[in-house]
Write a protein that binds this ligand. Structure first.
Ligand code: PEP
Length: 252
């Protein structure tokens, strides 16, 4: 048992209209309120269009609200973009940065991710920084090297255990139903913690939460979440129903 509070985070991606998003958030809020004091922290990250609505639905349930991306600047001439300050104003406590779908779809580099994470910190929010190797990199035996480089490149100055969460998401496991073995997950997480120690010092690294993401479901969550260096999950598909997402949280 560690002192790190597990974080169960849902990434809704580009899913949810007002009716189904509200119903999902309200259902989770009801579960959380009924559960009372829980050891884990829960976070939901809806699309931008639903953030204000979901803030209302979550009410005083204690479930945190987050966004899936932000711009690196605080304001200005960036048509279509959203800043971390705006997200804070809308009720967010966290912002996911560097998700593999943004790295791929929008060509985001480690440097972009680092600047976005710095902007999240500057706004007083928590950054969930995503890293992870592709299948080709894994097959080439580059898993540790890739994650090492992503940590070195994506972690901004001033990152601490209080303002940063790392999400290890093997790209080939996202939305595919495939996962690494438990030993592989633990080995990569322990390696990541070692790398964090090199950048931030032992005590920040020991306190920083490292989430696993990639096809986590109620059926495999218990064993993944029990691993020594796994401090929660970043969950895509299974965060879209109350039953599955709450089922994962309950297995902490
Ligand atoms: C994700 O996109 O962050 C993710 C982990 O997705 P899924 O749970 O659907 O694999």
């Amino acid at each position: 048992m560690t002192s790190r509070r597990p974080l169960i985070a849902g990434n809704w991606k580009m899913n949810g209209l007002t009716a189904d998003g509200s119903s999902l958030a309200s259902g989770l809020a009801e579960k959380m309120t009924a559960a009372g004091d829980v050891f884990f922290e829960m976070l939901v990250c809806p699309p931008f269009t639903l953030i204000s609505k979901i803030a209302d639905c979550l009410g005083g349930s204690g479930i945190a609200l987050g966004a899936q991306d932000c711009h690196a600047n605080e304001k200005g001439a960036h048509t279509g973009d959203i800043s971390a300050a705006m997200l804070k104003d809308a009720g967010c406590a966290y912002v996911i940065v560097g998700h593999s779908e943004r790295r791929t779809d929008h060509g985001e580099s480690n440097e972009t991710v680092r600047d976005k994470a710095a902007a999240v910190h500057a706004a007083g929010l928590g950054a969930v920084i995503c890293i992870g190797e592709t299948e080709a990199e894994r097959d080439a035996g580059q898993t540790l090297d890739v994650n090492k480089a992503q940590i070195a490149g994506s972690l901004p100055e001033g990152a601490t255990a209080a303002n940063t969460v790392i999400a290890y998401e093997p790209v080939w496991a996202i939305g595919t139903g495939r996962t690494p073995t438990n030993d592989e997950v633990q080995d990569v997480h322990a390696f990541i913690r070692g790398e964090l120690a090199g950048h931030l010092g032992e005590s920040e690294a020991a306190a920083m939460r490292i989430l696993y993401g990639g096809s986590m479901k109620p059926g495999n969550a218990k064993e993944l979440l029990a691993l020594a260096d796994v401090d929660g999950g970043l969950i895509g598909g299974a965060s879209l129903t109350v039953e599955d997402f709450w089922g994962i949280a309950e297995s902490v």
